[in-house]
Structure formats: structure tokens, C-alpha cells
Design a binder for this molecule. Structure first.
Ligand code: GLV
Ligand code: MN
Ligand code: MN
Length: 426
């Protein structure tokens, strides 16, 4: 069926059903942003996350899909193929959100996968290979850092207990939150953990909102994602000594905030990039004791550094710790790297299928890289992988104002349906 529209498959994708499900999901964690936009705060492994998963499982089971979960809580819904023994095509994304997130990041990719599979079933198409819908655990890293834990463990990139001791803002350990979730979902069949204990998928394709402005501003319907830039996350701790703001002379202070400012200034110089390709972000800062008349004794801040070149990612990323140590004057420093995702290129098997489906459906498609990281990054070593983007209004994301229209999302789901159908026959 390469390159040709299967009219009954494309017609079976329902814009309304997909939108209604998205809006129902958006109620779980709904809040109103400062500008009045309808945001979502649905942290991973939270009661809200579990409610969302139950909703998804209910929708999947109602159309005949079989649920299962693995040791990281990754959730799967399987559409059986003509030959159940063949490696499945995997499609999906994540259901957790940023703390002040929108209604589309992640969850749309999961619901688009469900829509695509439901359309296949309604069109009476049973492909050769099984198709599995996946909702990865903790892609965002908003509650427990870093993100992509579920896919990293599935891919054997990191051991499943790597993050057990990571704590959220309330001191809850990831390992404990995961154990609680697995207990509360003990009624779901357990499956082996990814390629650690099982076979690799045949292919992986993830639908996602673009989260940038290109598709909208350049007038395209679909992004054929060619790859993802690399990302490195660091946690920096600067340890000084608290003192009285009114009495301690500046000359004797070990002020963690002042040394943090020196460190960030030096990092800005390290990360200077006249081409404006490099991305460098310090966005989370915790100060202790966080009192206006006590000198700060401890600061923790995060670094998110990204670049499409593995060489730049290595050179500048490896220089971060020395740069900080060279800049601070009075305090101790601890630098911990907690995420390292290499840049990846997606496979022609998947990018070609996305291009063919878009062309066959009369959609304008742009080949483009992703600036955001995604679980798809960790599937690349396992199987031919790729992504489908749809436009994001004004490129806004990780923000309650995030928006893609029902029609744009339906177009993405139609392309996904055709891509998944093609891959499941290959
Ligand atoms: C994913 O949410 C990212 O930060 O790129
Ligand atoms: Mn996402
Ligand atoms: Mn995100």
C-alpha cells in the first residue's frame, strides 16, 4: 500500500473522536494559565497520571486492544497482527506533562496512535505485524529528572534501577513512586522490559506537535522529522555558608548565590554561539535557606544544553564542570550529569513512509529536525524509527497556550494511520 491512500483507512480516522478524547484527557490536571489559557499539570506516576492511563486502557480495551505494562510502568495496548510472532510496529508517546504544560505535548501522540489503530480496525485491515501503542513513563522529567526514563530503560540505554533514588520536589523517591504505581496496576498483565528481556520492535513511529514555529510560519501541514539534536542535562550544587545579611562582611562571606552568578556568567561565555544553533538553558534554581536576610548557603541549578553536532555536544558539555570550577571563588561545587542523549538521525524506512503518506493524502510536508528530545531518540539504536510533526500555533509549547487545531491533529493521525499500516506490512 506504499504511497497510495487506502480510502477506507483514511476515512475511518475521526477528527471529532480524537479531539473529544484529547479534551477529556486535558481535564486530568487542568489548570488556568496566567494568560487564561487551559493548561495541564499531570506529573508522571501521580494519581492523575494513573487516571489518564485508566482512561486510555478503557478506550483501548473497548476496541479490542490488549493492555500490558513493564517494570518501568511503560504501558502498551496491542492490536494483534495476522502473524502474532512477528516483531510489532510500535507507536505512541507520553502522557505526563510539564508542571505548567499544555494539552497536546505527548498525549496527542498517544491518542493519535489509538486513533490510527482504531481506524485500521474499523477499516477491517489486519496487517501482517502486530501494532503496539505505547505510553512511555516520565518523558518530561518535570517531576523526576531526567526525562525519557521509560524509553531509556526499555532500550537498555540505562539500567532500570538507575533513577530509584531521584526525588521529586516533595522528597518522594522515583523508585517508591514507581513501586506504588506497579502495585496499583497489578491487575494489568506484566510484560518483559523492552529489549533488555524481549525482542526489538520492527519499527517505531511517534506523532507529536512540533513545539516550534516552522510548520505554521512556512505553511506546511506535516513535519517529516529527520532526526533529533543531542541533549545533556546537569545538576550543579554550589555549597557555601549561611550568615547574617546585616552583619557578615562581604569579604568573609561564602555566598552561594554570588558564586552561582559567576558560574552562569562563565557558562554563558562557554556557550556563546554566533550561529544561534546551540541551546543553553538554566531554568530551575533552588536556594537555601531562601530568606532575604540570610546569605545563601546552598544553591542548586539545572543546565539543559543541546546541539545537533555530537562533537560540539561533547566539547562544550565536557567543559561545563571546569568552567564552573574556574568561575566560583568561595564555595564548593558538585556537578552531576543526569541526562546524555546523543543526536540521532531517523531511518529512511520511516521518513520515507511519512513522506509517501503525506504526498498521497495531498498534504504539504517539510523535512525538519527536532529541537525537543523525545522517546523516539532512544528507539533509534533498536529499530528503524521516526516521527511525524503537526503545526503548533506560534510555536508555543511547554505552556498552557500550546495549541494545534482539530483539523491539524486529524491530518497528523491520518498520516500516522497510513505509516503504521505500511510499516506493519513491511
Ligand atoms: C522535551 O520535553 C524536551 O524538553 O525537549
Ligand atoms: Mn513531548
Ligand atoms: Mn515536553
Amino acid at each position: 500500500m506504499s504511497g497510495t491512500v487506502v480510502p477506507r483507512l483514511v476515512a475511518a480516522v475521526s477528527e471529532q473522536r480524537q479531539w473529544d478524547r484529547l479534551m477529556e484527557m486535558a481535564r486530568l490536571g487542568a489548570f488556568t494559565g496566567v494568560d487564561g489559557s487551559p493548561g495541564v499539570n499531570r506529573p508522571c506516576l501521580s494519581p492523575l497520571d494513573r487516571e489518564a492511563r485508566r482512561l486510555l486502557i478503557g478506550w483501548g480495551m473497548a476496541i479490542g486492544l490488549t493492555p500490558s505494562i513493564d517494570a518501568l510502568g511503560n504501558l502498551f495496548l496491542r492490536h494483534e497482527g495476522q502473524d502474532p510472532g512477528l516483531a510489532p510496529v510500535l507507536t505512541g508517546s507520553h502522557m505526563d506533562s510539564q508542571p505548567a504544560g499544555g494539552r497536546f505535548d505527548g498525549i496527542w501522540g498517544v491518542l493519535a496512535g489509538l486513533e490510527a489503530i482504531q481506524a485500521l480496525r474499523e477499516a477491517g485491515i489486519t496487517p501482517r505485524r502486530p501494532i503496539e501503542l505505547v505510553a512511555w513513563t516520565n518523558e518530561e522529567g518535570g517531576r523526576f529528572a531526567p526525562g525519557c526514563m521509560g524509553s531509556m530503560a526499555y532500550a537498555g540505554h540505562s539500567k532500570p534501577d538507575t533513577w530509584d533514588a531521584v526525588t521529586d520536589g516533595e522528597g518522594i523517591r522515583f523508585g517508591d513512586a514507581l513501586r506504588e504505581q506497579l502495585l496499583l496496576e497489578a491487575d494489568l498483565p506484566r510484560r518483559p522490559l523492552g529489549v533488555v528481556d524481549g525482542p526489538a520492535p520492527h519499527a517505531y513511529v511517534e506523532a507529536h506537535i512540533e513545539q516550534g514555529p516552522r510548520l505554521e510560519s512556512e505553511g506546511f501541514d506535516i513535519g517529516i522529522v529527520t532526526g533529533i539534536q543531542g541533549s545533556r542535562w546537569f545538576l550543579v550544587e554550589i555549597i557555601g555558608e549561611s550568615a547574617h545579611a546585616g552583619t557578615a562582611p562581604l569579604s568573609t562571606r561564602r555566598d552561594a548565590v554570588q558564586d552561582m552568578l559567576r558560574a552562569i556568567t562563565a557558562l554563558n561565555a562557554l556557550m556563546d554561539d554566533p550561529t544561534d544553533i546551540l541551546r543553553f538553558t538554566v531554568a530551575r534554581i533552588e536556594v537555601q535557606p531562601n530568606s532575604s536576610n540570610s546569605v545563601a548557603e546552598r544553591v542548586r541549578f539545572t543546565i539543559d544544553f543541546r546541539h545537533p553536532s555530537a562533537a560540539v555536544l561533547a566539547q562544550r558539555g565536557d567543559a561545563i564542570e571546569a568552567t564552573i570550577r574556574g568561575a566560583v571563588q568561595r564555595c564548593e561545587v558538585v556537578v552531576t550529569e543526569r541526562f546524555h542523549a546523543l543526536p540521532v538521525d531517523f531511518a529512511p524506512l520511516v521518513t520515507g513512509a511519512v513522506a509517501r503518506a503525506s504526498a498521497a493524502q495531498g498534504l504539504k510536508a517539510l523535512r525538519m529536525p527536532s529541537g525537543a528530545f523525545h522517546d523516539a531518540q532512544f528507539m533509534v539504536p533498536l529499530c528503524p524509527s521516526g516521527m511525524i510533526f503537526v503545526p503548533s500555533r506560534k510555536g508555543i509549547s511547554h505552556n498552557p497556550a500550546e495549541y494545534s487545531s482539530p483539523a491539524q491533529l486529524a491530518a497528523g493521525a491520518r498520516v500516522l494511520a497510513q505509516v503504521v499500516a505500511e510499516l506493519a506490512e513491511s
